[in-house]
Design a binder for this molecule. Structure first.
Ligand code: SF4
Length: 82
C-alpha cells in the first residue's frame, strides 16, 4: 500500500549533493520536480531561487529583463484592482 512517500525517483549523486544546500521546504519542492511532479510555475520559482541563491527580495527586484523568465518570475507584488 502506498503512503505517498514512495520514492518515484532515485536521486543521482549530484542531486543528493545539491539538495543539501536548500532549505527543507524547498528540498521537497525540488524533489517533486525531479521526480516529474510539480508545475511549470513551481519550476520557474525554483529556477529563480537557484539563480539568486534563495534570496527572495533579489527575485522581486531582479533587473535582468533580458532573462526569458523575467515576465514569469515569482514574488512580484499583486496588481492593484480597480
Ligand atoms: S528572472 Fe531574474 S531571478 Fe529569475 S532566473 Fe531570470 S535573472 Fe534569475
Amino acid at each position: 500500500m502506498s503512503n505517498g512517500n514512495d520514492l518515484k525517483h532515485v536521486l543521482n549523486e549530484r542531486q543528493v549533493k545539491r539538495l543539501t544546500q536548500w532549505t527543507p521546504t524547498r528540498q521537497r519542492m525540488l524533489q517533486r520536480l525531479w521526480s516529474g511532479g510539480g508545475t511549470r510555475s513551481l519550476a520557474i520559482r525554483m529556477f529563480c531561487l537557484e539563480c539568486v541563491g534563495e534570496d527572495v527580495p533579489a527575485i522581486t527586484g531582479c533587473t535582468a529583463d533580458t532573462c526569458p523568465l523575467w515576465n514569469f518570475r515569482p514574488f512580484q507584488p499583486k496588481p492593484k484592482k480597480g
